[in-house]
Design a protein. Structure first.
Length: 287
DNA sequence: AAGAGGCCCTGATAGC
DNA sequence: TGCTATCAGGGCCTCT
């Protein structure tokens, strides 16, 4: 599911709804996510206030009142649901909460507040929670990840320093979170289309102009996607259960066999598996 | 040491 | 209808 824009959409509503709210109760239905939910998870959260919800790359960072953190990665199919207490009564009775939009299965974790709860649903269980004791470990956790496209560190010099003697193709490099973080399989294809670069082009051959376009279009695509509420292919929903709209703006992703959207291009969009991930591109205008 | 490939898991869809 | 195969937005691990 979620690349940087989708995680940002979730972050915004989560921040708005849970800011300054105290965790009353935590219910774990299934510990077996990508990594096992630690045994002290409930104790770690219970009674703490949520100061704010931040994000780095595809990670949600829930900032707790004692300066500790709870990280959440949504994996491929994780969603967060905000469910209100219909009877506006005691928080601890799970049966008071209901929503027709809440999936029936795979609701692994529930975090209760006074008037609502948040539910973590994840069919494939590739998502995970991680508890972080303090800011030192938070910084350490993200130290290896590359900058987000928006950050000034993601600039021409930085990219050049990465390209030297590299044999991999540009599509692969964009998916490398240690190079740039937040871009996933959908937006990598879209960024390369806008940049008129073939996904299989070896990064060794990228020109200065190519790199400039990649910087610009990475920012453009992600920002537009956030504006449209993210992309919903199959799983992604925001915390209110609504789909995003950016999928309507896809130029290449899931457009195999359709005409290239460039007005002066007669190309057909092709789909090709590159390093085990499907890639979409126009072979006429992406060189 | 970089990079390709496999794997974690369930569900939707396609093809027979 | 019911089987099987394939594929899905991520990231980590292993092997070469």
């Amino acid at each position: 599911m979620p690349e940087l824009p989708e995680v940002e959409i979730v972050r915004r509503s989560l921040d708005k709804k849970t800011k300054n709210k105290k965790v009353k109760k935590v219910l774990i239905r299934n510990r077996n996510l990508r990594t096992k939910i630690p045994l002290h998870f409930s104790k770690f959260l219970k009674g703490k206030k949520i100061i704010k919800v931040k994000r780095f790359s595809k990670y949600l960072i829930i900032c707790l009142s004692n300066k500790s953190y709870c990280l959440l990665h949504l994996g491929m199919s994780g969603t967060i649901h905000l469910i209100y207490n219909q009877k506006k009564s005691l928080v601890t009775n799970a049966s008071f909460y209901s929503s027709p939009l809440l999936p029936k299965k795979h609701n692994h974790v529930e975090i209760f507040f006074d008037e609502f709860k948040i539910v973590y649903n994840d069919p494939r269980r590739f998502g995970f929670f991680e508890l972080v004791a303090n800011e030192y470990f938070l910084v350490k956790k993200f130290a290896k990840l590359g900058p987000e496209p928006f950050q000034p560190e993601f600039n021409l010099n930085y990219i050049y320093s990465f390209l030297k003697r590299k044999k991999k193709n540009i599509k692969n490099l964009l998916l490398d979170q240690n190079f740039v973080s937040g871009i996933g399989n959908i937006y990598a294809s879209e960024i390369l289309f806008l940049s008129k670069i073939n996904p299989e082009k070896k990064v060794f051959f990228l020109t200065k102009k190519d790199c400039e376009k990649i910087i610009l279009n990475s920012r453009k695509v992600l920002i537009n996607a956030i504006k449209k509420g993210g992309s919903s292919i199959r799983d992604f929903k925001n915390t209110a259960g609504k789909q995003g709209n950016f999928q309507k703006n896809f130029k290449v992703y899931e457009r195999k066999g359709l005409n290239c959207k460039r007005s002066n291009c007669k190309g057909i969009i092709r789909k090709k598996i590159i390093s085990n991930r499907s890639s979409f591109f126009c072979s006429m205008c992406q060189k």
